[in-house]
Design a protein around this ligand. Structure first.
Ligand code: KG4
Ligand code: ZN
Length: 337
């Protein structure tokens, strides 16, 4: 194995087509084409997502390669998301990665999307303190992960129904907000009173989460208020956003606190699309300060789905010589890290 290595990472698990170049553990380019077609449907339409991936994948890879100022022949390996995700979307990335690996005669590396979200914490960061507890919060997942080394990790808590991102998106939809509602709720929350309205919080044992009760609680509350005042949502939108956001953050933080009672760690981290949330980032800063722990938060561009984290995970796997076979198939559901 030569000393320096250049990895192309490809991510197509959901509705972002992304490619990235990682050279010796440094991300040199990270190009993401987010699909806007789903906005009009209020959620991701799987068939449309795979078609858009097909349209974007080659130009996105070409841009990642050219902006890293390398040539395709210099690549040492191709890392690609194997799952979890939408089968049609995953297939576009996997087929592209396999073709390139075969054509260039270089190794293929499979990456677990959820593990890659944790790995996003290492990009552009030094002095990572192990072990740490990472809260991975995205549109599809809500997990607490115990991380003992770069790729050694175990899921110690997860949602039993909706993910935190879904809680943002589904309650946002009830408020008439566009998909994805998470960033809009985040923005409007800054103008609202988080204590104006209170919503149900779940009672789920251990380090597991539930968000379906919050969804129902918001739905019944809005139905009741709108009966009395049809303009209720419009008149209270900022306070509603702030109160919903606070409830979601409280649920997440209380489980993290429980996790910290159980696991002796040196740091805490967040990953996944919801880790872009300004309220959650602030709450994590406070938690780290209170417990005297090192705080790790990915840079914004590596919070939501991106190939930088896939290329980075690919880099660590490349060093270990963990390569995939060319008949590797996608895995749609969660699988152990
Ligand atoms: O990680 P991600 O890009 O895709 C999945 O793997 O699911 O996460 C997308 C989720 C969406 O639910 C979106 O609403 C949420 O992340 N999100 C946010 C924010 N930015 C993205 N939620 C709350 N506040 C944000 N600023
Ligand atoms: Zn994700």
């Amino acid at each position: 194995m030569k000393e320096s290595n250049i990895i192309l990472g490809i991510e197509t698990s959901c509705d972002d087509t992304s490619a990235s170049i990682c050279i010796d553990g440094k991300i040199l380019s990270n190009v993401t084409q987010s699909q806007i077609i789903h906005k009009q449907f209020g959620g991701v339409v799987p068939e449309l997502a795979s078609r858009d991936h097909e349209t974007y994948i080659i130009p996105v890879i070409q841009e990642a390669i050219s902006s890293a100022e390398i040539s395709v022949e210099q690549l040492d390996a191709i890392a690609v998301t194997r799952g979890p995700g939408l089968v049609g979307s995953l297939l576009v990335g996997i087929c592209t990665a396999k073709s390139m690996a075969f054509g260039l005669d270089i190794p293929l590396i499979e990456v677990n999307h959820i593990q890659a979200h944790v790995v996003s914490n290492y990009i552009n960061k030094s002095d990572i303190q192990f072990p740490f507890l990472c809260l991975t919060v995205s549109g599809g997942h809500t997990q607490i992960v115990y991380v003992s080394d770069y790729l050694d990790m175990e899921i110690v808590g997860s949602t039993i129904d909706d993910a935190a991102g879904e809680a943002f998106d589904k309650t946002g939809k009830m408020l008439g907000l566009d998909y994805p509602a998470g960033p809009i709720i985040d923005k409007k929350s800054k103008l609202g009173n988080p204590d104006k309205f209170t919503f149900a919080k779940p009672r789920v044992p251990d380090l597991n989460f539930s968000f379906s009760g919050l969804k129902t609680s918001v739905l019944y509350f809005l139905q009741k208020q709108e009966k009395e005042n049809p303009d209720f949502i419009d008149e209270n939108i900022d306070d509603l956003c702030a109160s919903i956001q606070k409830t979601i953050i409280d649920i997440l933080i209380s489980k993290m606190k429980k996790g910290l009672e159980k696991y002796d760690v040196k740091g805490i981290a967040i990953a996944g699309g919801v880790s872009a949330n300004s309220g959650l980032r602030k709450a994590f800063e406070e938690l780290a300060k209170e417990k005297d722990l090192k705080l790790q938060i990915p840079d914004f561009q590596y919070c939501t789905d991106n190939a930088g984290m896939i290329a980075m995970a690919g880099y660590f796997k490349y060093l270990k010589g963990e390569f995939a076979s060319l008949d590797m198939e996608p895995i749609v559901k969660n699988y152990s890290i």
